[in-house]
Design a binder for this molecule. Sequence first.
Ligand SMILES: C[S@@+](CC[C@H](N)C(=O)[O-])C[C@H]1O[C@@H](n2cnc3c(N)ncnc32)[C@H](O)[C@@H]1O
Length: 276
Amino acid sequence: MAYLLNDESFHKMTDYIYRKTGIFLEVDKHFDKLAKYIDARAKVINADSFRKYFYTLRFEDKDGTEFQELMNAVTVNETYFYREKEQFEVLVDRILPELHAVKSRTAPIRILCAPCSTGEEPYSVILHLLEEARLIEERDIEVVGIDIDSTVIAKAKLGKYSERSIHAIPAGALAKYFKKRTLGFDLIDDLVGTVDFKVANIFDKTQMRQLGKFDVIFSRNMLIYFDDASRKEVVMTFYDMVNVGGYVLLGHAEYMSRITSVFKAKKIDSTLIYQK
Ligand SMILES: C[S@@+](CC[C@H](N)C(=O)[O-])C[C@H]1O[C@@H](n2cnc3c(N)ncnc32)[C@H](O)[C@@H]1O
C-alpha cells in the first residue's frame, strides 16, 4: 500500500519534529509508524496529500491540536514505579536533608519530573517521601510533572495503573497506597492530585519559565531520544530552572559529562547526581 509519506517528505517531517521537540526519528526505525499516522490524520482533516497535511500542521494549526496529535503519536512513554529506585533513595536520604538544612523553612522544596509520562516517576517520589522522609511533616514539598504528550498527562491525573506499572513497588507500600481493582491498581484518593501535572514541551522556553524554579529536577529517559545539540539545550534550560545548590538527576544511560560541565558531578554510592 502506498503511503502519503515518502522518503523525501519523511525528512521534512522529521526535521520539523526535531526542531520543535528534540525528538530524533530515523527512517529505518520510524518510517512505517509515521506514515501510518499521517495517513490516518490526513483522512480526519481531509488532506489528500502530504503537502496539504504538512501545510495544515505548520500554518493552520492555530490552537495547537494538530501538533498535539502528532506529539501523542511519536513519543515513547515507557515507565514504571520505582524505576532506577536508588535515585529516589538518594533523594530522601541525602539530597532532601541537605536542602532542608540550608533552605528557609518557609520556602517549599520544589521537585520537577521532566518528563513524567503517565506519572509513575513523580508518584514514586511521593511514595518515597511518605515511606522514608520525615521531612514532609516539617516543611512543604511540591512535586510537579510535565510531559509533551497530553494523553499521558490525562492518564497521570487519573492515578490508575496496570500490573506492569506497579511490579517493582514493595508489597507493603503497594498495600498502603493502592486499591486493587479487577483491572490494575488505583492510587488511594488521598494521593491523587498530590502531583501537579502539566502538558509542556521542554524546548518551549515560555512554558518552562512559567513552571518557576526548582530544587531538584529528575529528567530520566528522555535525553536518550535526542541528539547532543538538543541534549545541551535541555541541560542549559535546567541550569536556568534549578536553584543554586539544587540538583539534576538523569537516567542511568544518560551522562551530563558528554554534554556540558556547568553542573558539578557527585557520586553517591553508584548514583551520579549533578549540582548547580
Ligand atoms: C520513556 S518516557 C520517561 C518517563 C520517566 N521519566 C521514566 O524515566 O520512567 C519519555 C517521555 O518523554 C516525553 N518527551 C519527549 N520529548 C519531550 C519534550 N520535548 N518535552 C517534554 N516531554 C517530552 C515523552 O512524551 C515520554 O512520555
